[in-house]
Design a protein around this ligand. Structure first.
Ligand code: SF4
Length: 538
């Protein structure tokens, strides 16, 4: 039987994860689900585990790699190992596939461009099931591929997006979660919505000279009109590739999400994140279908659908008892009102919620294609914090259009969201992504080299220092997932900084209560054991 090795390079950059250490992304389990359904033997390896023993590749017939644009180094190293130890086709997919010509030059045989499930199924039917590359003729018939023929690149077009019912049909593998070391302590992402509703576009002049002609279609047009821009500016915030890559949101059915979550809980997963570019888009697409949900502001959230989903998940005893923690990922500030905040607070109290604000200048927000204003971000933080959630707010420095004035506005908004109850501010440096409106702009300078960026970065450090102070003395439930000499390395059950527990290595595999006694950084604190709660390792 053909054996597929699926390597998870997501967020691993050149091969090492520096942040989001405890996240298990959605892609590898989704593709494993397709392979399992077709009777193919698949095993997921995280890159670091593979790198410690690449000879495991000898046992496999096909290599598949899942990666983002920032993971080129990791993907290339995986391919190098494959050429040394493995034999057979090397295939790569995920957001990295936008750069398919570069990946083909690196030596991958096939690039899956766009949503992978149907393309992988078609590849299996065309011959990959036997561990060999399908013929050029067969490849040519499959939309969603890039490959080389006699040194010339062939691109068959982006894979058609899955419909809502197809998303439910292609069930992600739950069995393969056990391939992740310490899966019982990791944040396992379960996709609930694919795609984003922000089809507003940046108004500023782009690097290629194109500028919005103010036809207003993407702001005031019908849902269908918003799909197209007369001057071909890609949809969404200029720095984000989700709308261009994945299109408008499609929500999975409550039953399919429930089944996946239930199976993961039965296998021993204890931390689940309901993953979506905007959780508040959940079921909002159902309110407008068959039209595409391309308006990020109207209609308001489908609170009935969200409540039904959460109620169904809370019917799982381990979730309602708190033994398993469910969290959500991102939300758009403009969709938060009192009713939404109350509903989220009812189920998700004390868990984080991520809000992108990105810039504090209203004009800059419009220029870069944001769906909401900084004022709306401040209001959303206040409402969510009042209802018991822990808002984490995101900003970006080095964005096109950034000036000292926009940076001053940003710093002011950072202070305000902090006053209103944000727990943490996260600042990223702008990186242009392929397929986005900001593709041709240079990356943001390191903050020390740009006075405006430095203002933003330094303010985040200052405010997060308060966050650190707030952490001192706090009691946290954590899961000990690693050992460093006699210390235990643990993740907070409800998310937060990594906790080092002095002498805690003996609690490996246990959920314990610790008191924070020292704050090393906003990503690392030291904890003292207060109580051992239960064994979670299977
Ligand atoms: S970005 Fe395109 S669709 Fe939107 S207003 Fe400008 S020209 Fe019209």
């Amino acid at each position: 039987m053909t054996r597929v090795l699926l390597v998870d390079c997501l967020a691993r950059g050149k091969g090492e994860r520096k942040a989001t250490l405890d996240v298990v992304g959605v892609g590898p389990r989704s593709i494993s689900g397709v392979l399992e359904r077709e009777g193919i033997d698949v095993r997921i390896y995280v890159f670091e585990e593979l790198a410690s023993n690449p000879a495991v590749m000898l046992d496999y017939d096909v290599l598949m790699v899942s990666a983002m644009s920032s993971d080129k180094g990791c993907a290339t190293r995986t391919l190098r190992y494959w050429r040394e130890y493995g034999s057979g086709p090397a295939i790569i997919g995920g957001p990295i596939s936008e750069e398919y010509s570069l990946l083909l030059d690196k030596g991958f045989d096939l690039i899956v461009v766009g949503e992978g499930e149907k393309v992988v199924k078609a590849l299996l039917d065309a011959g990959l099931r036997d561990g060999v590359l399908p013929s050029i003729h067969e490849l040519n018939l499959i939309v969603g591929l890039a490959y080389k023929v006699n040194d010339k690149i062939v691109f068959t077009g982006r894979a058609p997006r899955l419909t809502r019912s197809e998303l439910d049909f292609f069930k992600p593998s739950t069995k393969r979660i056990t391939d992740y070391p310490h899966y019982w302590g990791l944040r396992v992402y379960v996709e609930v919505v694919r795609g984003c509703s922000n089809f507003i576009r940046p108004r500023m002049k782009l690097a290629n000279g194109v500028k919005c002609i103010d036809c207003d279609l993407c702001r005031q047009g019908t849902l269908e009109q918003r799909l197209y821009c007369p001057v071909n500016i890609p949809p969404g915030c200029g720095y984000c590739s989700v709308p261009a890559l994945y299109g408008p949101p499609r929500s999975r059915s409550i039953n399919s999400i429930y089944d996946e979550v239930k199976e993961l809980v039965d296998i021993g997963v204890t931390r689940i994140v309901l993953s979506a570019p905007d959780f508040l888009d959940y079921g909002r697409d159902w309110l407008v279908e068959p039209l595409p949900l391309t308006n990020p502001r109207e209609p308001p959230p489908n609170t009935k659908a969200i409540e039904k989903l959460l109620n169904k998940l809370w019917s799982i005893p381990e979730i309602s008892s708190g033994e398993v923690v469910v969290m959500i990922e991102n939300i758009k500030a403009n969709l938060v009102d009192e009713e939404v905040a109350r509903l989220l607070g009812e189920f998700l109290k004390d868990t984080p919620v991520h809000i992108g604000c990105e810039t504090g200048s209203e004009k800059h927000a419009i220029d870069i294609g944001r769906p909401n204003t900084p004022e709306e971000c401040i209001k959303a933080v206040e409402l969510l914090a009042r209802h018991g959630l822990r808002p984490y707010v995101y900003f970006i420095h080095g964005l096109p259009g950034q000036t000292i004035d926009t940076a001053i506005d940003t710093v002011n908004v950072m202070e305000k969201v902090f006053e209103k109850g944000a727990e943490k501010i996260t600042v990223y440096r702008f990186t242009p992504l392929p397929g986005t409106a900001f593709e041709g702009f240079p990356p943001g300078l390191p903050s020390i080299k740009d006075p405006a960026s430095r203002l933003i970065d330094e303010k985040a450090v200052e405010l997060n220092r308060d966050y650190k102070k707030k952490m001192l003395g706090r009691k946290l439930e954590v899961i000990v997932v690693g050992r460093k000499r006699s210390d235990g390395i643990a993740y907070p059950v409800k998310h937060g900084p990594v906790v080092v527990i002095s002498g805690g290595s003996i609690y490996y595999g246990y959920r314990v209560l610790v008191e924070v006694v020292d704050v090393v950084s906003d990503r690392l604190v030291r904890g003292k054991i207060k109580r051992v709660l239960k064994k979670v390792k299977r």
